[in-house]
Design a protein around this ligand. Structure first.
Ligand SMILES: *[C@@H]1O[C@H](CO)[C@@H](O)[C@H](O)[C@H]1NC(C)=O
Ligand SMILES: *[C@@H]1O[C@H](CO)[C@@H](O)[C@H](O)[C@H]1NC(C)=O
Ligand SMILES: *[C@@H]1O[C@H](CO)[C@@H](O)[C@H](O)[C@H]1NC(C)=O
Ligand SMILES: CC(=O)N[C@H]1CO[C@H](CO)[C@@H](O)[C@@H]1O
Length: 368
């Protein structure tokens, strides 16, 4: 190949190459065209941020962010900015598990995602499939194949790109999602463990509990690691949101019994509550009748308030204290990194108190 570019044929090839770039990818929207190059190389510690829309990405702590998964509308300005900070920006991938049983369908789906990522100058894809899959079903095998083929295609077509997959807080068929976890972890760059919604299936007392109790969260990682998954393939996802439950009754010991709402076979679920971002919960903490309490067993904050109809609510969430404890485990156990659902749950435009709360949430991600 050496010397080819000096010949006329080489120049011609080079022109064809430029033309191909234009045709396949459109014009680079960044002021500095080099910002359209994919990000390559890995950083020691991943900070994986889900972005769901709006402009609050402008206020993220970019000194930490390594990957932004865009679950909202594509924003070229965000892509250019992320690249200027050396951060990857990745697509969302979701597809019906029934369809991917067909290898031709999978190939077409993957090709479409690769082309979209190229067109938008993105650095990979986060596959977020939260559908039910039965162990050893056709879908079970197809899902592992999908992850493997997606990773191969992205790595081949976009050098340095990243393919990740979202899994529940534990590998024990949570929400009837029985996947080949080791096969999937082996077939992608890493899995993002959604260590939240941990009360989606409650088989014991139907009471309000923490979204991501410390012990339950750690048990999930222990299970993944015991099945043979390398800790460096695991990124811990923490919640930047919590649940508000209406209590049917509230005991003196702060036990809030809740309505039985079943979910995927379990009689009781966090579906009885409503999710709210941290920034909203912080506004109420102030009007709570209990003040902010701390549950020592679950290592999580909570509080109670009375609504205008006279119903008592109990609110469970995560704050810098509960998140720091989990971040310490990330370091101690040598996981690949940390991330959150989602980066837009904080108040980035409020007064000094809100700013301080927002800063503390980002700081809590840094393992001490
Ligand atoms: C999981 O996937 C891997 C890789 O495809 C395969 O070797 C292994 O047999 C699968 N395990 C199970 C339990 O299906
Ligand atoms: C979690 O709780 C169980 C039972 O209370 C206990 O045996 C176990 O040691 C705890 N695990 C961790 C990681 O704290
Ligand atoms: C952000 O904080 C300010 C106070 O500093 C408050 O007025 C505003 O409602 C908060 N925004 C949200 C979305 O909670
Ligand atoms: C009743 C109460 O806790 N009020 C507090 C609400 O929040 C502001 C700002 O954080 C405090 O200054 C108040 O004391």
């Amino acid at each position: 190949m050496k010397g080819l570019l000096n010949s006329r044929g080489g120049a011609c090839l080079f022109m064809a190459f430029l033309l191909h770039l234009r045709l396949c990818c459109g014009t680079c929207p960044c002021e500095d065209p080099s910002l359209c190059n994919p990000i390559s190389g890995t950083r020691d510690f991943e900070v994986f941020v889900f972005q769901v829309g709006g402009e609050s990405w402008k206020f993220y702590d970019w000194s930490q962010v390594t990957t932004v998964a865009t679950f909202g509308k594509y924003d070229p300005e965000l892509m250019c900015y992320a690249h200027s900070r050396g951060s990857r920006i990745v697509l969302k991938g979701d597809v019906s598990v029934k369809e991917i049983v067909d290898p031709a369908f999978r190939a077409a789906w993957i090709d479409q995602k690769v082309q979209l990522a190229k067109k938008q100058y993105m650095d990979g894809i986060n596959i977020d499939i939260e559908q039910m899959v039965a162990k050893s079903s056709a879908e079970y095998y197809a899902l592992t194949a999908l992850v493997k083929e997606t990773t191969e295609a992205f790595h081949r077509e976009i050098p340095g790109s990243q393919v990740t997959f979202d899994v529940a807080w534990s590998p024990k068929c949570i929400d009837r999602r029985c996947y080949n976890y080791t096969g999937i972890a082996d077939s992608c760059d890493f899995v993002f463990v959604m260590s939240y919604d941990e009360q989606s299936q409650v088989w014991t007392d139907c009471i309000a509990r923490a979204n991501a109790p410390y012990n339950q969260t750690l048990t999930g990682y222990d299970n993944y690691i015991h099945m043979g998954i390398n800790p460096k393939k695991l990124v811990m996802g923490v919640p930047w949101y919590g649940y508000d439950y209406s209590c049917l009754s509230l005991s003196k010991a702060h036990v809030c019994s809740i309505k039985e709402v079943s979910f995927r076979g379990a009689p009781c679920s966090d579906a009885a509550g409503r999710q709210f971002p941290y920034k909203v919960i912080m506004n109420w903490a102030n009007i709570s009748m209990s003040g902010i309490l701390w549950d020592e067993e679950q290592k999580a904050p909570y509080f109670e308030y009375l609504d205008p109809h006279g119903t008592i609510h109990q609110v469970w969430y995560d704050n810098p204290r509960s998140i720091s404890l989990k971040a310490a485990y990330v370091k101690e156990r040598g996981l690949r990194g940390i991330g959150m659902w989602n980066g837009d749950c904080l108040n980035y435009t409020g007064g000094s108190v809100a700013q301080q709360q927002t800063k503390a949430m980002w700081e809590a991600l840094r393992p001490q």
